[in-house]
Design a protein around this ligand. Structure first.
Ligand SMILES: Cc1cc2nc3c(=O)[nH]c(=O)nc-3n(C[C@H](O)[C@H](O)[C@H](O)COP(=O)(O)OP(=O)(O)OC[C@H]3O[C@@H](n4cnc5c(N)ncnc54)[C@H](O)[C@@H]3O)c2cc1C
Length: 421
């Protein structure tokens, strides 16, 4: 089957790989000059399979109210909020307060994450050194700076136990065994370690997988944007490029990150995805003894510090500001402070890359996977809206969507990601 994949971020490239392995004739259309240049560019670098949480949660609401007006606060809202932002927030709130929804979505995301972990390991086995991601499988550590936070983390583990996800609730001494460089003068009561999780540079992974896919026969067309989906008899039969070229196709997969919404809307479908801005800063590690060994989530600043080979990346903030690409220095000051407070001496402050990206967020949190709803355009497939966890969830999502495109039955839990839910 001839398939057009729209978007060469981590979700589009992993899907293109799966489809070509299944014998399809795949063309990836990418508006930018290379793969992985948009949100997959410089994220927090965690493959946090055991620490995936739906966006719409009671905790987000508390965080928003507590930190909205503080400089250090993780939640930011551009004022006055646009009608689109207000609509997204109201839908988020509705999902957050609907009884049972957070737990159901978390469970579905954890199952998808576990499938992603296993698929990632298979990809690594299959591709060997051709798959580059500058990361490890050394676990993810969620820090608790207070006893209350440690108790909260402990309360979160029942679902992990039930799903057989390896984890360890640690006291401060236990945390330091895994991350010995953590500063002694910063508050630490313990933490939760997800031992099978890992790290990695999503951009390098995406680029190296794209190179492998190209070598396996996938066509990549860069610097070309899809401007229209051509529909005939309730099927997408072509895509129109900004060069006015029209490519005929048997199926289309929408993997356009936060831009998926606009393309879906153009054919009358709703893909409610909002660009939730976040920031990262990557710095050369000057002394490995003083840096993180793996990836550490700091509950005080709500930032993530991740070791990437001889670099450290620190990342944070959820900002609702539409598609504002501005890089306010104040955000990076907070990231620097947060890194320094936990890992003093790891870096000299020299910044290799300061970046902002837009998480393609659905109002509940789980991605949109599968066919379009109600039998409308049955050959249009979605692999998008992965929000905070697109790097983590990419391998499993691609695997299931590729199988669905081949008409295979999927496990029940994947229904939690239905488009139009
Ligand atoms: C600050 C921050 C930290 C994060 N940390 C993590 C983390 O630690 N772990 C994790 O799992 N996830 C993390 N994420 C989320 C993760 O980065 C995203 O979920 C993921 O990169 C989304 O990938 P994507 O392929 O869907 O989108 P993108 O990477 O944005 O790719 C979409 C592509 O589609 C292209 N495109 C759009 N429209 C068109 C068109 N019309 N025609 C052709 N091409 C088009 C775009 O140019 C783009 O290249 C983080 C995100 C941010 C912002």
């Amino acid at each position: 089957m001839k398939v057009v994949v729209i978007g060469a971020g981590v979700t589009g490239v992993t899907l293109a790989w799966e489809l070509c392995q299944r014998g399809h004739d795949v063309t990836v259309i990418e508006a930018l000059s290379e793969s992985g240049l948009e949100t997959s560019r410089a994220n927090a670098a965690q493959r946090s399979y055991g620490a995936v949480y739906p966006w719409a949660s009671p905790a987000l609401m508390t965080l928003a109210l507590r930190t909205l007006f503080s400089k250090r606060g993780a939640f930011k809202l551009a004022l006055p909020p646009s009608p689109e932002t207000i609509a997204f927030l109201l839908r988020t709130l509705k999902n957050a307060v609907t009884p049972g929804r957070f737990d159901a979505n978390r469970e579905a995301m954890l199952r998808l994450a576990e499938d992603s972990r296993l698929r990632f390991l298979e990809l690594q086995d299959q591709l060997g050194e051709a798959l580059v991601f500058d990361g490890e499988h050394e676990g993810v550590l969620e820090l608790a700076s207070t006893h209350q936070e440690r108790e909260r983390l402990g309360g979160d583990t029942a679902m992990l136990t039930r799903l057989g996800i390896e984890h360890e609730l640690l006291d401060a001494e236990g945390v330091r065994r895994y991350e010995p460089a953590l500063a002694n003068d910063a508050p630490l009561a313990g933490g939760l370690r997800l031992s099978t999780d890992g790290t990695g540079d999503c951009h390098q992974f995406t680029q190296s997988l794209a190179a492998a896919a190209a070598a396996a026969g996938v066509t990549f067309r860069y610097n070309q944007a899809v401007t229209e989906l051509g529909v005939e008899n309730n099927r997408v039969t072509s895509v129109l490029l900004d060069s006015n070229e029209r490519l005929s196709t048997d199926a289309v997969a929408l993997c356009a990150g936060f831009a998926s919404r606009v393309l879906a809307r153009s054919v009358g479908l709703a893909a409610p995805i909002y660009p939730v801005k976040g920031y990262s800063m990557t710095l050369p590690l000057i002394d490995a003894q003083h840096g993180p060994r793996s990836t550490v989530l700091d509950d005080r600043y709500k930032v993530v510090c991740t070791r990437l080979g001889d670099r450290v990346r620190v990342s944070g903030f959820v900002e609702l500001a539409g598609l504002d690409r501005h890089l306010p220095p104040a955000r990076f000051e907070v990231l620097q402070q947060a890194l320094h407070s936990r890992f003093p001496g790891a870096t000299a402050g020299q910044v290799e890359q300061a970046w902002a990206g837009f998480r393609p967020m659905t109002p509940d949190g789980p991605p949109l996977l599968g066919a379009s709803p109600d039998g409308r355009l049955p050959n249009l497939f979605f692999n998008t809206g992965h929000g905070t966890f697109g790097w983590t969830l990419s391998a499993g999502s691609a695997q299931w969507v590729a199988r669905l495109m081949d008409g295979d039955a999927l496990p029940d839990y994947v229904k939690g990601f239905q488009v139009g839910r």
